[in-house]
Design a protein around this ligand. Structure first.
Ligand SMILES: C[S@@+](CC[C@H](N)C(=O)[O-])C[C@H]1O[C@@H](n2cnc3c(N)ncnc32)[C@H](O)[C@@H]1O
Length: 231
């Protein structure tokens, strides 16, 4: 019997995942240029983190590091693991990290997949990292869960969080702007209700929807957050 000609599975046009790497520099520059980064950071300042003095945080689907790098600066005693599926996005993140001075030693940049977030590959050493369950004080995601099946990824991320730890999703706010971005970047915005219900089903308490404020413009147009504490 002849072997199959190719083992590559071809997805129908338009259904392949969007490759952020192609636009990594533009993505990152536009976050800064249009005040989006400032808006998200202002919002992050208002979050009730309630973390220990040396918190361990995971930035899942970190992109160019918007959330993870802010966290590291805000909590200089922290250790942050930032991972993404796209190596070019991570290369931009690593470049920003070089400007962190000594804090950069507290950052681990890794390649990984939100659908199996416990096994990562450190980008600079190529070493495999297995994340232990309940080993993080904070797990945060910025507009990345929209690219994966919510229930599987959230459940696996939740396992990494210690009891009492904070989960934060700064996700896409459903509405015309994110519907347009969803077509461009091929994602589906989840409603805050879907995330809220799933967190409660996973045993989270103090689940809250946090809206960004008009002063966080333009981030308030496309992002909305949900937080919860692991019981
Ligand atoms: C809209 S960007 C957000 C990046 C960053 N968190 C932020 O807030 O600016 C979405 C990110 O999710 C990443 N991503 C998409 N699918 C992923 C997956 N299965 N596992 C990990 N990261 C993924 C993309 O590579 C991209 O960097």
């Amino acid at each position: 019997m002849k072997p199959p000609r190719s083992s590559t599975v071809r997805l129908p046009r338009g259904t392949e995942p969007f490759s952020y790497g192609r636009i990594a520099e533009i993505y990152d520059t536009s976050l800064r240029l249009f005040g989006f980064k400032r808006g998200v950071e202002q919002f992050l300042e208002r979050v009730e983190w309630r973390v220990p003095t040396r918190p361990r945080a995971l930035d899942a689907g970190a992109g160019t590091g918007l959330n993870g790098l802010w966290f590291l600066r805000r909590f200089p005693g922290s250790e942050v693991v930032a991972f993404d599926i796209d190596r070019q996005m991570l290369a931009v993140l690593a470049r920003h990290a070089r400007r962190l001075g000594n804090l950069r030693h507290r950052l681990i940049v890794a390649h990984g997949d939100l659908r199996a977030p416990n096994v990562l590959t450190q980008t600079d050493t190529g070493q495999a990292i297995v994340l232990a369950e309940t080993s993080f004080d904070v797990v945060m995601v910025g507009a990345a869960l929209e690219h994966v099946p919510l229930d599987v990824s959230l459940e696996r991320l939740a396992r990494l969080l210690r009891p009492g730890g904070l989960f934060l999703n700064v996700g896409m706010r459903p509405g015309p702007p994110s519907a347009m971005l969803g077509r461009l970047y091929r994602f589906r915005p989840y409603t805050t209700g879907e995330i809220h219900r799933l967190l409660e089903r996973l045993g989270f308490v103090d689940v809250h929807v946090l809206r960004l404020m008009p002063t966080d413009f333009p981030a308030n147009l496309t992002r909305i957050a949900v937080t919860g504490r692991k019981a």
